[in-house]
Design a binder for this molecule. Structure first.
Ligand SMILES: [Zn+2]
Length: 574
Protein backbone atom coordinates (compact mmCIF):
# COMPACT_ATOMS: atom_id res chain seq x y z
CA UNK A 1 0.00 0.00 0.00
CA UNK A 2 1.34 3.42 -0.86
CA UNK A 3 2.16 5.72 2.02
CA UNK A 4 -0.24 8.58 2.46
CA UNK A 5 1.35 11.69 3.96
CA UNK A 6 0.01 12.70 7.34
CA UNK A 7 -0.97 16.03 5.88
CA UNK A 8 -3.30 14.42 3.34
CA UNK A 9 -4.54 11.80 5.73
CA UNK A 10 -5.48 14.27 8.45
CA UNK A 11 -6.64 17.14 6.31
CA UNK A 12 -9.88 18.37 7.92
CA UNK A 13 -12.95 17.34 5.96
CA UNK A 14 -15.43 19.40 7.95
CA UNK A 15 -15.59 22.46 10.19
CA UNK A 16 -15.31 20.45 13.41
CA UNK A 17 -11.85 19.13 12.43
CA UNK A 18 -10.33 22.51 11.65
CA UNK A 19 -7.44 23.39 13.97
CA UNK A 20 -7.57 26.95 15.31
CA UNK A 21 -9.46 29.65 13.35
CA UNK A 22 -12.37 29.51 15.80
CA UNK A 23 -13.96 32.78 14.72
CA UNK A 24 -13.81 31.89 11.05
CA UNK A 25 -15.38 28.49 11.71
CA UNK A 26 -18.15 30.24 13.60
CA UNK A 27 -18.79 32.81 10.87
CA UNK A 28 -18.98 30.14 8.19
CA UNK A 29 -21.11 27.86 10.30
CA UNK A 30 -23.60 30.63 10.97
CA UNK A 31 -23.78 31.80 7.40
CA UNK A 32 -24.54 28.22 6.33
CA UNK A 33 -27.05 27.79 9.13
CA UNK A 34 -28.95 30.94 8.30
CA UNK A 35 -28.48 30.73 4.56
CA UNK A 36 -26.55 33.99 4.39
CA UNK A 37 -24.04 32.90 1.82
CA UNK A 38 -21.87 35.48 0.15
CA UNK A 39 -21.07 35.22 -3.54
CA UNK A 40 -17.46 36.17 -3.09
CA UNK A 41 -15.12 35.33 -0.22
CA UNK A 42 -11.55 36.44 0.21
CA UNK A 43 -9.48 34.29 2.59
CA UNK A 44 -6.25 35.96 3.59
CA UNK A 45 -3.50 34.97 6.00
CA UNK A 46 -0.06 33.37 6.31
CA UNK A 47 0.83 30.13 4.53
CA UNK A 48 -0.38 26.85 5.94
CA UNK A 49 -3.12 28.31 8.12
CA UNK A 50 -5.98 26.46 6.44
CA UNK A 51 -7.29 28.76 3.72
CA UNK A 52 -7.50 26.20 0.92
CA UNK A 53 -8.80 23.53 3.27
CA UNK A 54 -11.52 25.89 4.44
CA UNK A 55 -12.35 26.77 0.83
CA UNK A 56 -12.93 23.08 0.06
CA UNK A 57 -15.07 22.60 3.14
CA UNK A 58 -17.15 25.63 2.28
CA UNK A 59 -17.56 24.43 -1.31
CA UNK A 60 -18.88 21.13 0.00
CA UNK A 61 -21.11 22.49 2.74
CA UNK A 62 -22.93 25.07 0.59
CA UNK A 63 -23.86 22.22 -1.73
CA UNK A 64 -24.89 19.61 0.84
CA UNK A 65 -28.55 18.64 0.49
CA UNK A 66 -28.94 17.78 4.16
CA UNK A 67 -26.94 20.46 5.95
CA UNK A 68 -27.35 20.39 9.73
CA UNK A 69 -26.14 23.12 12.02
CA UNK A 70 -23.74 24.28 9.32
CA UNK A 71 -22.18 20.83 8.91
CA UNK A 72 -22.39 18.74 5.75
CA UNK A 73 -23.98 15.29 6.03
CA UNK A 74 -21.25 13.56 4.03
CA UNK A 75 -23.82 11.12 2.65
CA UNK A 76 -26.02 12.93 0.14
CA UNK A 77 -25.24 12.70 -3.57
CA UNK A 78 -23.67 16.16 -3.63
CA UNK A 79 -21.40 15.41 -0.67
CA UNK A 80 -20.35 12.11 -2.22
CA UNK A 81 -19.69 13.63 -5.61
CA UNK A 82 -17.44 16.27 -4.03
CA UNK A 83 -15.67 13.82 -1.72
CA UNK A 84 -14.86 11.59 -4.70
CA UNK A 85 -13.11 14.53 -6.35
CA UNK A 86 -13.51 15.39 -10.05
CA UNK A 87 -16.83 17.13 -9.48
CA UNK A 88 -17.15 19.44 -12.50
CA UNK A 89 -18.84 22.21 -10.52
CA UNK A 90 -15.92 22.77 -8.14
CA UNK A 91 -13.23 24.53 -10.11
CA UNK A 92 -9.84 25.15 -8.51
CA UNK A 93 -7.30 27.48 -10.05
CA UNK A 94 -3.81 28.21 -8.78
CA UNK A 95 -2.91 31.72 -9.84
CA UNK A 96 0.73 31.12 -8.85
CA UNK A 97 1.29 28.65 -11.67
CA UNK A 98 -0.24 30.76 -14.42
CA UNK A 99 -1.07 34.44 -14.54
CA UNK A 100 -4.61 33.51 -15.38
CA UNK A 101 -5.88 35.76 -18.16
CA UNK A 102 -7.15 32.85 -20.26
CA UNK A 103 -8.48 30.97 -17.26
CA UNK A 104 -10.37 33.97 -15.93
CA UNK A 105 -11.78 34.69 -19.42
CA UNK A 106 -12.92 31.09 -19.52
CA UNK A 107 -14.57 31.57 -16.13
CA UNK A 108 -16.19 34.75 -17.38
CA UNK A 109 -17.59 32.96 -20.42
CA UNK A 110 -18.87 29.93 -18.54
CA UNK A 111 -19.99 31.58 -15.33
CA UNK A 112 -23.55 32.07 -16.54
CA UNK A 113 -24.03 28.37 -17.30
CA UNK A 114 -25.90 26.58 -14.52
CA UNK A 115 -24.05 23.91 -12.50
CA UNK A 116 -24.19 20.39 -13.95
CA UNK A 117 -24.61 18.48 -10.66
CA UNK A 118 -24.60 20.77 -7.66
CA UNK A 119 -26.58 23.72 -6.29
CA UNK A 120 -23.64 26.09 -6.59
CA UNK A 121 -20.71 26.24 -8.93
CA UNK A 122 -17.73 27.13 -6.75
CA UNK A 123 -14.56 28.72 -8.10
CA UNK A 124 -11.57 28.52 -5.78
CA UNK A 125 -8.70 30.78 -6.87
CA UNK A 126 -5.59 30.20 -4.78
CA UNK A 127 -2.78 32.78 -4.48
CA UNK A 128 -5.12 35.25 -6.16
CA UNK A 129 -2.60 38.11 -5.78
CA UNK A 130 -0.52 36.48 -8.54
CA UNK A 131 -3.12 37.19 -11.23
CA UNK A 132 -2.08 39.62 -13.93
CA UNK A 133 -3.74 43.01 -14.30
CA UNK A 134 -5.73 41.74 -17.26
CA UNK A 135 -6.96 38.77 -15.24
CA UNK A 136 -7.90 41.00 -12.30
CA UNK A 137 -9.91 43.23 -14.58
CA UNK A 138 -11.72 40.27 -16.09
CA UNK A 139 -12.39 38.88 -12.61
CA UNK A 140 -13.67 42.22 -11.42
CA UNK A 141 -16.32 42.29 -14.12
CA UNK A 142 -17.56 38.89 -12.98
CA UNK A 143 -17.50 39.81 -9.30
CA UNK A 144 -19.55 42.92 -9.98
CA UNK A 145 -22.57 40.88 -11.02
CA UNK A 146 -22.10 37.27 -10.00
CA UNK A 147 -24.91 34.92 -11.10
CA UNK A 148 -27.03 33.46 -8.27
CA UNK A 149 -25.60 29.97 -8.67
CA UNK A 150 -21.92 30.94 -8.42
CA UNK A 151 -19.61 31.38 -5.44
CA UNK A 152 -16.07 32.67 -5.67
CA UNK A 153 -13.52 31.84 -2.98
CA UNK A 154 -10.28 33.73 -3.40
CA UNK A 155 -7.28 32.95 -1.19
CA UNK A 156 -4.10 34.95 -0.72
CA UNK A 157 -1.05 35.26 1.50
CA UNK A 158 -0.46 38.82 0.27
CA UNK A 159 -3.59 40.87 0.74
CA UNK A 160 -1.77 44.11 -0.04
CA UNK A 161 -1.16 42.88 -3.58
CA UNK A 162 -4.87 42.39 -4.27
CA UNK A 163 -6.52 45.47 -5.82
CA UNK A 164 -8.90 47.31 -3.53
CA UNK A 165 -11.61 47.04 -6.17
CA UNK A 166 -11.52 43.25 -5.73
CA UNK A 167 -11.28 43.34 -1.93
CA UNK A 168 -14.26 45.66 -1.65
CA UNK A 169 -16.47 43.16 -3.46
CA UNK A 170 -15.63 40.20 -1.24
CA UNK A 171 -16.40 39.11 2.28
CA UNK A 172 -12.91 39.06 3.76
CA UNK A 173 -11.91 36.48 6.36
CA UNK A 174 -8.60 36.86 8.11
CA UNK A 175 -6.79 33.58 8.88
CA UNK A 176 -4.47 33.92 11.86
CA UNK A 177 -1.36 32.01 12.71
CA UNK A 178 -2.38 28.98 14.72
CA UNK A 179 -1.25 29.06 18.35
CA UNK A 180 1.47 26.68 19.53
CA UNK A 181 -0.96 25.11 22.02
CA UNK A 182 -3.44 24.43 19.23
CA UNK A 183 -0.76 22.88 17.01
CA UNK A 184 0.56 20.70 19.84
CA UNK A 185 -2.98 19.56 20.66
CA UNK A 186 -3.70 18.53 17.09
CA UNK A 187 -0.31 16.85 16.60
CA UNK A 188 -0.77 14.84 19.81
CA UNK A 189 -4.14 13.58 18.57
CA UNK A 190 -2.53 12.43 15.34
CA UNK A 191 0.42 10.87 17.20
CA UNK A 192 -1.99 8.94 19.40
CA UNK A 193 -4.00 7.57 16.48
CA UNK A 194 -0.82 6.63 14.63
CA UNK A 195 0.77 5.14 17.76
CA UNK A 196 3.93 7.20 17.48
CA UNK A 197 6.46 6.96 20.29
CA UNK A 198 7.46 10.57 20.81
CA UNK A 199 10.03 12.01 23.19
CA UNK A 200 8.96 14.94 25.37
CA UNK A 201 9.56 18.32 23.82
CA UNK A 202 9.43 17.16 20.19
CA UNK A 203 5.91 18.42 19.50
CA UNK A 204 6.69 21.67 21.29
CA UNK A 205 9.75 22.17 19.10
CA UNK A 206 7.76 21.44 15.96
CA UNK A 207 5.05 23.90 16.99
CA UNK A 208 7.68 26.48 17.75
CA UNK A 209 9.48 26.11 14.44
CA UNK A 210 6.29 26.04 12.36
CA UNK A 211 5.56 29.70 13.13
CA UNK A 212 1.81 29.17 13.29
CA UNK A 213 1.47 27.27 10.03
CA UNK A 214 -0.21 23.95 10.59
CA UNK A 215 0.76 22.56 7.20
CA UNK A 216 4.43 23.13 7.98
CA UNK A 217 4.03 21.59 11.43
CA UNK A 218 2.51 18.38 10.16
CA UNK A 219 5.05 18.30 7.33
CA UNK A 220 7.85 18.33 9.92
CA UNK A 221 6.22 15.50 11.82
CA UNK A 222 5.96 13.56 8.56
CA UNK A 223 9.65 14.10 7.80
CA UNK A 224 10.65 13.06 11.30
CA UNK A 225 8.60 9.84 11.02
CA UNK A 226 10.40 8.84 7.83
CA UNK A 227 13.77 9.81 9.32
CA UNK A 228 13.53 8.10 12.70
CA UNK A 229 13.74 4.37 13.38
CA UNK A 230 11.39 3.87 16.29
CA UNK A 231 11.15 6.66 18.76
CA UNK A 232 10.81 10.21 17.51
CA UNK A 233 13.54 12.00 19.44
CA UNK A 234 14.39 15.62 20.01
CA UNK A 235 17.96 15.14 18.81
CA UNK A 236 16.72 13.61 15.53
CA UNK A 237 14.38 16.53 15.09
CA UNK A 238 17.15 19.04 15.75
CA UNK A 239 19.53 17.19 13.46
CA UNK A 240 16.95 17.04 10.69
CA UNK A 241 16.02 20.71 10.89
CA UNK A 242 19.47 22.13 11.49
CA UNK A 243 18.57 23.21 14.99
CA UNK A 244 20.97 23.67 17.86
CA UNK A 245 19.83 21.95 21.06
CA UNK A 246 18.44 23.99 23.92
CA UNK A 247 21.37 23.07 26.18
CA UNK A 248 23.88 24.25 23.58
CA UNK A 249 21.93 27.45 23.12
CA UNK A 250 21.95 28.16 26.86
CA UNK A 251 25.70 27.52 26.97
CA UNK A 252 26.16 29.86 24.06
CA UNK A 253 24.22 32.59 25.87
CA UNK A 254 26.27 32.07 29.02
CA UNK A 255 29.52 32.37 27.10
CA UNK A 256 28.32 35.57 25.45
CA UNK A 257 27.42 36.97 28.84
CA UNK A 258 30.75 35.97 30.35
CA UNK A 259 32.66 37.23 27.36
CA UNK A 260 34.28 33.88 26.65
CA UNK A 261 35.50 34.72 23.16
CA UNK A 262 37.35 31.49 22.47
CA UNK A 263 34.36 29.30 23.27
CA UNK A 264 32.05 31.45 21.17
CA UNK A 265 34.31 31.35 18.12
CA UNK A 266 34.77 27.58 18.45
CA UNK A 267 31.06 27.07 18.79
CA UNK A 268 30.16 29.20 15.75
CA UNK A 269 32.76 27.27 13.83
CA UNK A 270 31.20 23.97 14.85
CA UNK A 271 27.63 25.09 14.12
CA UNK A 272 28.62 26.49 10.75
CA UNK A 273 30.61 23.46 9.68
CA UNK A 274 27.74 21.15 10.58
CA UNK A 275 25.71 23.05 8.02
CA UNK A 276 23.27 24.55 10.52
CA UNK A 277 21.45 27.65 9.50
CA UNK A 278 22.75 30.73 11.35
CA UNK A 279 19.57 32.67 10.56
CA UNK A 280 17.48 30.01 12.29
CA UNK A 281 20.06 29.84 15.08
CA UNK A 282 19.84 33.56 15.78
CA UNK A 283 16.03 33.44 15.71
CA UNK A 284 16.12 30.48 18.10
CA UNK A 285 18.39 32.41 20.43
CA UNK A 286 15.95 35.30 20.31
CA UNK A 287 13.06 33.01 21.25
CA UNK A 288 15.12 31.51 24.06
CA UNK A 289 15.96 34.99 25.41
CA UNK A 290 12.33 35.99 25.18
CA UNK A 291 11.25 32.90 27.13
CA UNK A 292 13.89 33.54 29.77
CA UNK A 293 12.75 37.16 30.12
CA UNK A 294 9.12 36.10 30.51
CA UNK A 295 10.16 33.50 33.11
CA UNK A 296 12.01 36.19 34.97
CA UNK A 297 8.98 38.45 35.18
CA UNK A 298 6.65 35.54 35.97
CA UNK A 299 8.69 33.55 38.48
CA UNK A 300 11.67 35.77 39.33
CA UNK A 301 13.86 32.94 38.16
CA UNK A 302 16.85 33.66 35.98
CA UNK A 303 20.37 32.38 35.44
CA UNK A 304 21.31 35.45 33.43
CA UNK A 305 21.53 39.17 33.98
CA UNK A 306 18.19 40.62 32.85
CA UNK A 307 19.83 43.71 31.39
CA UNK A 308 22.09 41.49 29.33
CA UNK A 309 19.17 39.52 27.90
CA UNK A 310 17.18 42.62 27.00
CA UNK A 311 20.15 44.11 25.18
CA UNK A 312 21.01 40.87 23.47
CA UNK A 313 17.45 40.44 22.12
CA UNK A 314 17.86 43.78 20.36
CA UNK A 315 21.10 42.71 18.77
CA UNK A 316 19.66 39.35 17.69
CA UNK A 317 16.62 41.04 16.24
CA UNK A 318 18.56 43.32 13.94
CA UNK A 319 21.08 40.56 13.31
CA UNK A 320 18.52 38.06 12.07
CA UNK A 321 17.08 40.69 9.73
CA UNK A 322 20.51 41.52 8.37
CA UNK A 323 21.49 37.88 7.95
CA UNK A 324 18.59 37.40 5.56
CA UNK A 325 20.04 39.90 3.11
CA UNK A 326 23.77 39.35 3.36
CA UNK A 327 25.86 36.85 1.45
CA UNK A 328 28.47 36.78 4.24
CA UNK A 329 26.29 35.18 6.87
CA UNK A 330 29.08 33.80 9.00
CA UNK A 331 31.18 36.98 9.08
CA UNK A 332 28.23 39.19 9.93
CA UNK A 333 27.08 36.77 12.60
CA UNK A 334 30.51 36.50 14.23
CA UNK A 335 31.35 40.20 14.18
CA UNK A 336 27.99 41.26 15.56
CA UNK A 337 28.09 38.78 18.40
CA UNK A 338 31.69 39.65 19.28
CA UNK A 339 31.02 43.38 19.03
CA UNK A 340 28.11 42.99 21.38
CA UNK A 341 30.25 40.99 23.80
CA UNK A 342 32.83 43.74 23.72
CA UNK A 343 30.27 46.42 24.54
CA UNK A 344 28.56 44.30 27.14
CA UNK A 345 31.83 43.49 28.88
CA UNK A 346 33.18 47.02 28.77
CA UNK A 347 30.00 48.07 30.49
CA UNK A 348 30.13 45.29 33.04
CA UNK A 349 33.86 45.38 33.58
CA UNK A 350 34.01 41.61 33.35
CA UNK A 351 36.99 41.58 31.08
CA UNK A 352 39.01 44.14 29.26
CA UNK A 353 37.79 44.93 25.79
CA UNK A 354 41.22 44.26 24.39
CA UNK A 355 40.69 40.60 25.11
CA UNK A 356 37.93 40.58 22.53
CA UNK A 357 39.91 42.72 20.12
CA UNK A 358 42.88 40.40 20.33
CA UNK A 359 40.74 37.42 19.53
CA UNK A 360 39.90 38.82 16.15
CA UNK A 361 40.42 42.08 14.38
CA UNK A 362 37.05 43.71 14.48
CA UNK A 363 35.54 46.90 13.44
CA UNK A 364 33.03 47.68 16.13
CA UNK A 365 31.74 50.97 14.86
CA UNK A 366 28.47 50.15 13.26
CA UNK A 367 26.65 47.77 15.48
CA UNK A 368 23.44 47.51 17.37
CA UNK A 369 20.79 49.46 15.55
CA UNK A 370 18.67 48.41 18.43
CA UNK A 371 14.93 48.44 18.68
CA UNK A 372 14.77 51.09 21.37
CA UNK A 373 11.00 51.06 21.75
CA UNK A 374 11.16 47.51 22.91
CA UNK A 375 14.07 47.93 25.27
CA UNK A 376 13.32 51.17 27.09
CA UNK A 377 9.93 50.46 28.62
CA UNK A 378 11.03 46.97 29.62
CA UNK A 379 14.12 48.32 31.33
CA UNK A 380 12.22 50.84 33.35
CA UNK A 381 9.87 48.44 35.04
CA UNK A 382 10.06 46.67 38.33
CA UNK A 383 9.60 42.94 38.59
CA UNK A 384 6.01 41.80 38.14
CA UNK A 385 5.14 44.91 36.21
CA UNK A 386 5.48 43.37 32.82
CA UNK A 387 1.85 43.97 31.88
CA UNK A 388 1.99 47.53 33.02
CA UNK A 389 5.08 48.11 30.90
CA UNK A 390 3.34 46.74 27.87
CA UNK A 391 0.27 48.89 28.35
CA UNK A 392 2.52 51.90 28.94
CA UNK A 393 4.26 51.25 25.64
CA UNK A 394 0.94 50.91 23.91
CA UNK A 395 -0.38 54.20 25.25
CA UNK A 396 2.84 55.98 24.26
CA UNK A 397 2.38 54.51 20.85
CA UNK A 398 -1.15 55.91 20.71
CA UNK A 399 0.02 59.42 21.53
CA UNK A 400 2.65 59.21 18.83
CA UNK A 401 0.06 57.96 16.38
CA UNK A 402 -2.33 60.77 17.24
CA UNK A 403 0.30 63.48 16.80
CA UNK A 404 1.29 61.86 13.62
CA UNK A 405 -2.26 61.84 12.34
CA UNK A 406 -2.73 65.56 13.06
CA UNK A 407 0.46 66.30 11.17
CA UNK A 408 -0.68 64.26 8.22
CA UNK A 409 -3.97 66.14 8.07
CA UNK A 410 -2.23 69.52 8.25
CA UNK A 411 0.17 68.40 5.59
CA UNK A 412 -2.75 67.42 3.40
CA UNK A 413 -4.30 70.89 3.64
CA UNK A 414 -1.00 72.58 2.81
CA UNK A 415 -0.72 70.46 -0.31
CA UNK A 416 -4.27 71.45 -1.29
CA UNK A 417 -3.41 75.10 -0.75
CA UNK A 418 -0.23 74.84 -2.78
CA UNK A 419 -1.95 72.97 -5.55
CA UNK A 420 -4.52 75.76 -5.85
CA UNK A 421 -1.67 78.30 -6.08
CA UNK A 422 -0.34 76.95 -9.34
CA UNK A 423 -2.96 74.55 -10.66
CA UNK A 424 -3.57 74.54 -14.38
CA UNK A 425 -5.65 72.60 -16.84
CA UNK A 426 -2.49 71.65 -18.69
CA UNK A 427 -1.00 70.05 -15.58
CA UNK A 428 -4.27 68.31 -14.87
CA UNK A 429 -4.38 66.83 -18.37
CA UNK A 430 -0.79 65.68 -18.10
CA UNK A 431 -1.44 63.85 -14.83
CA UNK A 432 -4.71 62.36 -16.05
CA UNK A 433 -3.07 61.04 -19.20
CA UNK A 434 -0.37 59.33 -17.19
CA UNK A 435 -2.57 58.01 -14.38
CA UNK A 436 -3.28 54.77 -16.26
CA UNK A 437 0.39 53.89 -16.12
CA UNK A 438 -0.17 53.12 -12.43
CA UNK A 439 -1.58 49.79 -13.59
CA UNK A 440 1.87 48.76 -14.73
CA UNK A 441 2.95 48.81 -11.09
CA UNK A 442 -0.03 46.96 -9.68
CA UNK A 443 1.97 43.79 -9.01
CA UNK A 444 5.20 45.52 -8.06
CA UNK A 445 6.59 44.27 -4.75
CA UNK A 446 7.27 47.70 -3.36
CA UNK A 447 4.63 49.88 -5.01
CA UNK A 448 1.84 47.39 -5.80
CA UNK A 449 -0.50 48.37 -3.00
CA UNK A 450 -0.04 52.10 -3.61
CA UNK A 451 -0.49 51.77 -7.38
CA UNK A 452 -3.77 49.87 -6.94
CA UNK A 453 -4.90 52.36 -4.34
CA UNK A 454 -4.14 55.42 -6.49
CA UNK A 455 -5.72 53.97 -9.60
CA UNK A 456 -9.02 53.84 -7.71
CA UNK A 457 -8.99 57.61 -7.24
CA UNK A 458 -10.16 60.50 -9.41
CA UNK A 459 -7.61 63.21 -10.18
CA UNK A 460 -9.25 66.59 -9.56
CA UNK A 461 -6.56 69.23 -9.83
CA UNK A 462 -2.85 69.42 -10.49
CA UNK A 463 -0.08 71.98 -10.39
CA UNK A 464 3.50 71.34 -11.42
CA UNK A 465 4.26 69.83 -8.01
CA UNK A 466 0.95 68.89 -6.37
CA UNK A 467 -2.03 66.73 -7.17
CA UNK A 468 -5.44 66.54 -5.51
CA UNK A 469 -7.29 63.25 -5.78
CA UNK A 470 -10.61 62.07 -4.38
CA UNK A 471 -12.12 58.84 -3.11
CA UNK A 472 -15.65 57.77 -2.32
CA UNK A 473 -14.91 56.83 1.28
CA UNK A 474 -13.17 58.53 4.15
CA UNK A 475 -11.39 55.30 5.13
CA UNK A 476 -9.68 55.33 1.74
CA UNK A 477 -8.62 58.94 2.26
CA UNK A 478 -7.02 58.02 5.60
CA UNK A 479 -5.18 55.15 4.00
CA UNK A 480 -3.55 57.52 1.51
CA UNK A 481 -2.30 59.78 4.27
CA UNK A 482 -0.39 56.83 5.73
CA UNK A 483 1.54 56.01 2.58
CA UNK A 484 3.89 58.96 3.05
CA UNK A 485 6.77 59.60 0.69
CA UNK A 486 6.28 56.34 -1.20
CA UNK A 487 3.51 57.95 -3.26
CA UNK A 488 5.82 60.66 -4.57
CA UNK A 489 8.45 58.05 -5.28
CA UNK A 490 6.04 56.02 -7.40
CA UNK A 491 4.68 59.05 -9.28
CA UNK A 492 8.25 60.13 -9.98
CA UNK A 493 8.84 56.81 -11.73
CA UNK A 494 5.78 57.32 -13.89
CA UNK A 495 5.87 61.06 -14.65
CA UNK A 496 9.36 62.17 -13.63
CA UNK A 497 7.84 64.45 -11.01
CA UNK A 498 7.81 63.47 -7.31
CA UNK A 499 4.35 64.93 -6.84
CA UNK A 500 2.90 65.73 -3.43
CA UNK A 501 -0.60 64.28 -3.28
CA UNK A 502 -3.57 65.51 -1.27
CA UNK A 503 -6.42 63.11 -0.52
CA UNK A 504 -10.06 64.14 -0.17
CA UNK A 505 -13.52 62.65 -0.18
CA UNK A 506 -15.78 63.88 -2.97
CA UNK A 507 -17.72 66.04 -0.48
CA UNK A 508 -14.57 67.60 0.89
CA UNK A 509 -13.42 68.30 -2.65
CA UNK A 510 -16.68 70.07 -3.53
CA UNK A 511 -16.22 72.24 -0.45
CA UNK A 512 -12.64 73.10 -1.37
CA UNK A 513 -13.76 73.95 -4.86
CA UNK A 514 -16.51 76.21 -3.55
CA UNK A 515 -14.05 77.96 -1.24
CA UNK A 516 -11.68 78.44 -4.12
CA UNK A 517 -14.33 80.15 -6.22
CA UNK A 518 -15.38 82.37 -3.34
CA UNK A 519 -11.77 83.42 -2.86
CA UNK A 520 -11.49 84.09 -6.54
CA UNK A 521 -14.65 86.17 -6.50
CA UNK A 522 -13.33 88.24 -3.62
CA UNK A 523 -9.96 88.69 -5.29
CA UNK A 524 -8.13 86.60 -2.70
CA UNK A 525 -5.07 84.67 -3.62
CA UNK A 526 -3.65 81.44 -2.18
CA UNK A 527 -0.13 81.87 -0.89
CA UNK A 528 2.40 79.10 -1.36
CA UNK A 529 3.42 77.51 1.94
CA UNK A 530 6.45 75.57 2.97
CA UNK A 531 5.66 71.90 3.30
CA UNK A 532 6.85 70.27 6.51
CA UNK A 533 8.73 67.05 6.60
CA UNK A 534 6.73 63.93 7.40
CA UNK A 535 8.44 63.49 10.72
CA UNK A 536 8.43 67.10 11.79
CA UNK A 537 6.28 67.56 14.85
CA UNK A 538 7.05 71.23 15.41
CA UNK A 539 4.36 73.85 15.34
CA UNK A 540 5.73 75.81 12.44
CA UNK A 541 2.90 74.64 10.26
CA UNK A 542 0.20 75.98 12.55
CA UNK A 543 -0.65 78.74 10.12
CA UNK A 544 -3.89 78.01 8.38
CA UNK A 545 -4.41 78.42 4.72
CA UNK A 546 -4.05 82.14 4.33
CA UNK A 547 -5.98 84.26 1.96
CA UNK A 548 -4.77 87.80 1.35
CA UNK A 549 -6.17 90.44 -0.94
CA UNK A 550 -3.19 91.26 -3.05
CA UNK A 551 -4.54 90.24 -6.39
CA UNK A 552 -6.64 92.26 -8.75
CA UNK A 553 -10.04 90.82 -9.43
CA UNK A 554 -9.95 89.46 -12.93
CA UNK A 555 -12.68 90.29 -15.37
CA UNK A 556 -13.65 86.75 -16.00
CA UNK A 557 -13.74 84.69 -12.84
CA UNK A 558 -15.17 81.81 -14.77
CA UNK A 559 -12.27 81.78 -17.22
CA UNK A 560 -9.81 81.71 -14.36
CA UNK A 561 -11.65 78.87 -12.68
CA UNK A 562 -12.02 76.85 -15.83
CA UNK A 563 -8.28 77.05 -16.26
CA UNK A 564 -8.01 75.05 -13.09
CA UNK A 565 -10.79 72.57 -13.04
CA UNK A 566 -12.15 72.46 -16.52
CA UNK A 567 -15.85 72.39 -17.17
CA UNK A 568 -16.90 70.46 -14.08
CA UNK A 569 -16.39 73.62 -12.08
CA UNK A 570 -19.50 75.22 -13.51
CA UNK A 571 -21.85 72.92 -11.67
CA UNK A 572 -20.43 74.10 -8.36
CA UNK A 573 -20.46 77.81 -9.05
CA UNK A 574 -24.10 77.80 -9.99
ZN1 LIG B 1 -24.55 16.24 2.20
Amino acid sequence: MSYQTLYRKYRPSDLSDVAGQKSIVKIIKNSLKFGRISHAYLFCGPRGTGKTTMARILAKNVNCLDIQDGMACGKCKNCLSILNGNCPDIIELDAASNNGVDEIREIKNKVTLVPTELKYKVYVIDEVHMLSIGAFNALLKTLEEPPEHVIFILATTDLHKVPITIISRCQCLDFHRISEEEIIKRLSQIAEIENFDIEDGVLESIANLSDGGFRDAIGMLDKLVSYSDNKLTLSDFEELNGIVSIEDKKNFLKNVELGDVKNIIDFIDKVYNKGKDLVIFSQDLMILCRNLIIDYYSYQKLDFDIEFLLNFVDVLNSLSNDLKVTSNVRIVFETRILSFMRQNNVKNDYISSSQVDNACNLSVDNISNCVEEFKEPLKSVEKNNFDEAISQTKSNQKIIEKNNEENLIRRNSIIINNCFCNASKKNLNFVKENWEKLNEYALDNKFGAIACYLSDSIVRAASDKEIIITFDYESLVNRGLQFGNMVGELLNKIMNVPYYVAYLTVDQWNNEKKKYIENLNQGNKYIYQELIDFNDSSDKIENEIKASSNIEVTDSITDEAIKLFGEDLISVSE
